[in-house]
Design a protein around this ligand. Structure first.
Ligand code: SF4
Length: 372
């Protein structure tokens, strides 16, 4: 009897939520139509940061690559450059790879089962595109949805574990059944972003408050469970800036755990036990706190992992903000620009200002995928 009652109240909540969404949805550039390309780009970007932060990146990106064809034909470096500032550059490379594969196959398939076979299409992106562009009845689970469902169902899911994640997915799939998946998924996400927020949710404004278990049992502040924190690692990175005839030396990163496999400035990395006394700046990437001091001397390294690129194209090859900051640091000494010109092609090692006690600027990483 109780199960029947609960299922009736969930059906009622679903209708109320969709109605609320129709009246309150925000006008966002990727909601202007159901173009799978725009949905794909926006959902990939939204895995990196907040909706507000994504809007200018999205508009710039689709202004430069307005459709699948343009993206597929573009050089990969141009795509990575347009991604600069969003971090996780492997996503930009995968976008490009996927665009080429999708274009070769004649466009976007309409189901998440097919979409997930393309590089860079994980469960989240595949379901988003299948649901938002083609209305496939699949739930889209992001941090907002986990938070809303965990509270609404009163479930203390350990959502970072795959078994619990499957359970959340099952609930999300049930929510979109029998209604427009396009509307319901966005309604759940929108509620999480605007009303059922991580801190101080506006329960009094919530359209599904009456059916919400956490609200009724006064457990809102305790749900969802917080993910256990991963220990932060401290790292020292000593890059150097080498310029010759307008070209700059870069090194494939096979030595540091952050930005692994990407091109960086030549340098060394070392794990630290404690924060160093002096450094030029600190940058954080995922669980790595990186203390950077730009050096004047090149480390020993194999030529196989280095290459020279045009200085003016450095952003295309090395877009990571960690490196851009190191470059800015090294090039901030005006006398050195003259030294490079006068040098006429001789290897110039950029001098650097003395390390200070370090700035407090944080890295780019403001992912919105966590429900807490
Ligand atoms: S009542 Fe509060 S906790 Fe429950 S879904 Fe609404 S905003 Fe979230």
């Amino acid at each position: 009897m109780l199960t029947v009652k609960r299922s009736m109240s969930v059906s009622d909540a679903k209708l109320k939520l969709v109605e609320w969404y129709r009246q309150n949805k925000r006008a966002l550039p990727w909601r202007e139509n159901r173009d799978p390309y725009r949905i794909w780009i926006s959902e990939t970007m939204l895995q990196q940061t907040t909706t507000t932060a994504v809007i200018p990146f999205f508009e710039r990106f689709v202004g430069r690559f307005p459709d699948l064809n343009t993206l597929a034909q573009a050089p990969v470096n141009a795509v990575v450059e347009a991604w600069a500032g969003l971090g996780y550059y492997s996503r930009a490379r995968n976008l490009h790879k996927s665009a080429q594969a999708l274009y070769a196959k004649g466009g976007f398939p309409k189901t998440f089962e097919e979409l997930i076979t393309f590089p860079g299409f994980g469960p989240y992106t595949s379901r988003s595109v299948a649901s938002l562009a083609f209305d496939q009845a699949v739930g889209v689970v992001d941090g907002n949805v986990i938070r809303v469902l965990s509270r609404f169902e009163g479930q203390a899911w350990e959502w970072w574990k795959s078994k619990a994640r499957d359970e959340v997915q099952t609930h999300a799939d049930q929510w979109v059944r029998g209604l427009s998946s396009y509307e319901m998924n966005q309604a759940l996400m929108e509620l999480g972003r605007t009303i059922c927020t991580p801190k101080s949710p506006s329960c009094l404004l919530c359209p599904i408050r009456e059916q919400c278990v956490a609200w009724r049992e006064d457990r809102v502040a305790n749900l969802p469970l917080p993910k256990p924190r991963r220990t932060r690692e401290l790292w020292l990175w000593n890059p150097s800036v080498e310029i010759k005839k307008g070209r700059i030396l870069i090194q494939k990163n096979t030595h540091a755990p952050f930005l692994r496999g990407q091109w960086l400035l030549p340098g060394t990395a070392e794990r630290l036990k404690s924060k160093p006394k002096s450094y030029h700046y600190k940058h954080s990437i995922t669980h790595h706190d990186i203390f950077v001091t730009v050096k004047n001397s090149l480390p020993k390294m194999s030529e196989a992992v280095t290459k020279w690129v045009q200085l003016k194209e450095i952003r295309q090859h090395v877009p990571a903000s960690l490196v851009q900051k190191a470059l800015a640091q090294a090039l901030a000494t005006p006398a050195l620009d003259g030294a490079a010109d006068a040098d006429g092609g001789v290897l110039v090692q950029r001098k650097t200002t003395a390390p200070s006690t370090g700035s407090r600027r944080r890295g780019h990483c403001g992912k919105r995928n966590s429900p807490r």
